[in-house]
Structures are given as C-alpha cells and as structure tokens.
Design a protein around this ligand. Structure first.
Ligand SMILES: [Fe+2]
Length: 293
C-alpha cells in the first residue's frame, strides 16, 4: 500500500490522541479546582458541652478552637475567616499549635498576621505544637515576643484561671508539645483550685494515657489534620502523624474510655509538607459550655 493511502488513518489516530489528552487535561483541571475549593472552604463545627461542675456564671460561655494553621492565609488576608470567628462571639479563643509550618513553606509573618487578627476578637490562649518547636530558636523567640505584644497568652506547661463575667473562674492548663509530661500535667491538674479544668495540648493520641489520667474535664487538641485524605462519607482519615494509617483520633468530640474527660479534636486549617486534603475541609470548632443539673 502506498504512503498516501495511510494518511487519513494516521490523521484520525492523531485526532483521537489529541482528544484524549484534552479530556484528561479537562478532568485534571476539574479535580484541581475541586481540591482548591475543598482546601479553602471553611467548616464551622458547633458543640454544646454540659457539666454539673461548672458554675452558673459559665453557662453560655463560648470557646472558639483553632488549630494547625500551618501559616496558611485565606482569601483577602483572612477577612472572611475573621468575620466567621467574630460572628461566633467567643468569650475566649484557644489555639492548639502548629500555627507556623516548619517544613517546606515556613512563613512566620503569615502566622503573625492571623494571630494579630484573632487577638483583636477575644482573649487568646495558645500552646506550641511540634512545628513551632522545630523552628530555629531565635525565630521562635522573636515570634513568641511578637504574639505576646498582641496580648496572646502563651501557655508553656502552666495553668491560668479564666474568669467569667461575674468573677468566678475555671482552670486552663496549656502543655508545650515539646515537653508534655504526664507527671507535670498531673501536678498542674491536681493543684488547680477550681472544680472545672480545661487542657490545651497539641496531640490527641495521649487522651487515655495522660489527659484522662490527669482528670481534666475538657481537652482541646489538633495535630491529626482530619487524617489528611478522608474516605468520602465515612469521616475516616487515611493517615495522621503519630497514629499512622486509619487513625482513630482525627476530629470531633471524643469521650475517654476511662474517667470523665471529653476531648475536641480540630481538623485544623492548613497543611504541612503535603499541600492537599481530600474530603476534609479546614475547620474551626466552637464549644458552648452549659450547666447541667
Ligand atoms: Fe499540624
């Protein structure tokens, strides 16, 4: 057969290949657009926590919980996110670490911007995560000085008393992720003068081993990023640091098996070295305290 007789067939094959490539590019673009939307759409998770150990002056007290920002900046310099937080009317805001990322996209000014913005909404209490502790010492010290200028209370293995509007208090303990020790936590919890005690601790997997044993009432935690990729409609994450594959503690409200401790785990706002989540929107938690009889 002559070469000219083959031309229509090879042109047809070329058009087929071009159409296939075009289709795959379109599918890829759709996927990237969906992934971008999913990584920037904020979920607000509202919970009510009731206890008969709370004084009536804390009935209705609202705690906004933010974790694992990893120096992410949302659109318009976080304007919509700050509006959401302001709308929750928090009495306090708690930050449970990894506000800065120390892997491949460290951006300390971005974290400082976010923290300055939240400090203008309500009193802020903060504990360091594993990422802050990976920073260069001088950078971390400068960051700590800066956020203290904003009035943010950095809790490094210490306890403070949080006042209600009428002057009663509850205890708030913050443990630095780098030096979390069961004995120290136990001592701080035992020395707390109030009946009700809240703990901020970056990593959730110590719920039974440390937190419940110390007898704290409420824990706020993060670190697991919701399991990064979640199997759609199941809430099951694929992997989390320090828990491995199919982790148990990645989000939501969890009751300790022993004792009377409840833990809220934030899926966090940002990503670390791997820049993508699936079926796992960034999240802010708001817990309203109620007095039960
Ligand atoms: Fe993190």
């Amino acid at each position: 057969m002559s070469k000219s007789a083959n031309r229509p067939e090879s042109r047809g094959r070329l058009q087929f290949v071009i159409r296939r490539i075009g289709l795959w590019c379109f599918v890829l673009l759709l996927f990237l657009a969906a992934a971008y939307g999913a990584n920037n759409k904020l979920d607000i998770s509202e919970y009510t926590y009731a206890s008969d150990e709370l004084s009536y002056s804390f009935d209705g007290f609202r705690i906004v919980h933010i974790s694992d920002l990893h120096n992410k900046v949302f659109a318009q310099d976080n304007a919509a996110v700050m509006q959401e937080i302001r709308g929750m009317q928090p009495d306090i805001i708690v930050l449970t670490g990894d506000m800065i990322d120390a892997s491949n996209h460290t951006d300390i000014p971005a974290a400082e911007l976010f923290m300055q913005q939240v400090s203008e909404i309500a009193p802020v209490y903060y504990v360091l995560g594993n990422h802050e502790n990976l920073l260069d010492k001088a950078d971390l010290t400068a960051f700590e000085e800066k956020i203290r200028e904003y009035g943010i209370v950095l809790l490094e293995n210490e306890r403070v008393q949080i006042p209600s509007k009428t002057g009663q208090t509850i205890s708030l303990i913050g443990m630095d992720d780098n030096s979390l020790q069961a004995n120290l936590l136990q001592t701080l919890a035992e020395e707390a003068p109030d009946d009700f005690c809240i703990l901020l601790a970056h990593e959730p997997q110590y719920l039974e081993e440390y937190y419940a044993k110390a007898g704290v009432d409420l824990v706020f935690s993060g670190h697991a990023h919701g399991g990064q990729f979640r199997i759609p409609f199941t809430h099951q994450g694929i992997w989390a640091p320090d828990q491995g594959f199919l982790p148990e503690l990645t989000e939501g409200c969890v009751e300790a098996k022993s004792g009377d401790t409840t833990m809220y785990i934030s899926r966090g706002l940002g990503n670390s070295s791997f820049p993508l989540r699936l079926a796992n929107h960034p999240e802010i938690i708001c817990v309203t305290l109620r007095v039960s009889s």
